[in-house]
Ligand binder design. Structure first.
Ligand SMILES: Nc1ncnc2c1ncn2[C@@H]1O[C@H](COP(=O)(O)OP(=O)(O)OP(=O)(O)O)[C@@H](O)[C@H]1O
Ligand SMILES: [Mg+2]
Length: 264
């Protein structure tokens, strides 16, 4: 993804921007964790733009192979040719390689990261016999959601301990309200009301919900309301249906929405 012009909008939650910049300065790989929709991807897009680096993003899954990251020989009319994967391209070009939901990747896949993520900073390409040395602009960034972490899939300590960790969460209410206002294109007052509702819903988290209403969902609700949809209907569509299929839990969520938006 090429970032152009002003770049992605990101409002910092705390010290994450400075931390990332320090890590980049020292060529240290970064691990960003946090719940769904809290801003991890946006943060990394913003940092790539801020540091004027190209960003290659890989959505990890359990069929992802080392070759998907590193590259493979492909067959063409004239024989075979080597095609770099996104990790190799990032090393050659001095870009940020971002592995999203890295916890989903198989352990044998993440092992190719090891010599790149420690002070060797090398990527051996067994198939071509090349040994790539990462320049100072290459940066490895991974993210995952600790809420989904399962013991079998968790990253090995030898992988995790090669990274500097940045923990994000849903932003504090004042910051989240600004994000909802900007991204949801609503006025301050409405943004604040949506965030207050989000806060109240999150307090109900222990109530059978796997995860609470994310910043992303609050923004969706704001957008629907700003385009004229009934607020109750918008909140139900964004803050009940995506969160639960359980009738009782949905009722409990709806009651809270009713308190906040029932009489508008
Ligand atoms: N601090 C922030 N500044 C600006 N926008 C934000 C911020 N936090 C969240 N957002 C908004 O919330 C949306 C969701 O954020 P993002 O996609 O980065 O979440 P995520 O943590 O990567 O989620 P997932 O784990 O589901 O991929 C973004 O598209 C953006 O609109
Ligand atoms: Mg993301």
């Amino acid at each position: 993804m090429k970032n152009i012009g002003e770049g992605p909008y990101y409002l910092a939650q705390g010290g994450e921007v400075a931390l990332f910049e320090h890590a980049a300065r020292h060529c240290l790989p970064v691990l960003v964790k946090g719940p769904t929709g809290c801003g991890k991807t946006r943060f990394i897009q913003y940092m790539a733009h801020r540091l004027s680096r190209e960003l290659y993003t890989v959505a990890c899954h359990d069929d992802l192979t080392a070759a998907d990251l590193v590259g493979r020989h492909l067959i063409s009319g004239d024989g075979t040719f080597w095609q770099d994967g996104p990790l190799t391209r990032s090393v050659r070009e001095g870009a940020i390689c971002y592995l999203d939901e890295v916890i989903e990747a198989r352990k044998d896949t993440t092992v190719v990261l090891h010599p790149l993520a420690d002070d060797r900073r090398i990527l051996p390409l067994e198939r071509t016999g090349e040994m790539l040395e990462a320049g100072e602009n290459f940066m490895l960034v991974v993210s995952y959601n600790p809420g989904y972490q399962n013991i079998l899939k968790g990253m090995k300590p030898s992988t995790r301990q090669r990274f500097v960790g940045i923990s994000l969460d849903y932003p504090a209410p004042d910051i989240e309200a600004q994000v909802v206002e900007t991204e949801g294109q609503v006025d301050k007052l409405l943004a604040r009301r949506i965030v207050d509702l989000g806060q109240a819903l999150r307090r109900l988290e222990q109530h059978d919900l796997e995860e609470a209403a994310s910043t992303r969902l609050l923004i969706y609700a704001a957008r629907l309301i700003s385009s004229g949809l009934d607020p109750m209907q918008a909140c139900q569509a964004c803050m009940v249906e995506p969160l639960t299929d359980d009738v009782k839990t949905a009722d409990a969520l709806r009651q809270i929405i009713d308190i906040h938006f029932g009489h508008t």
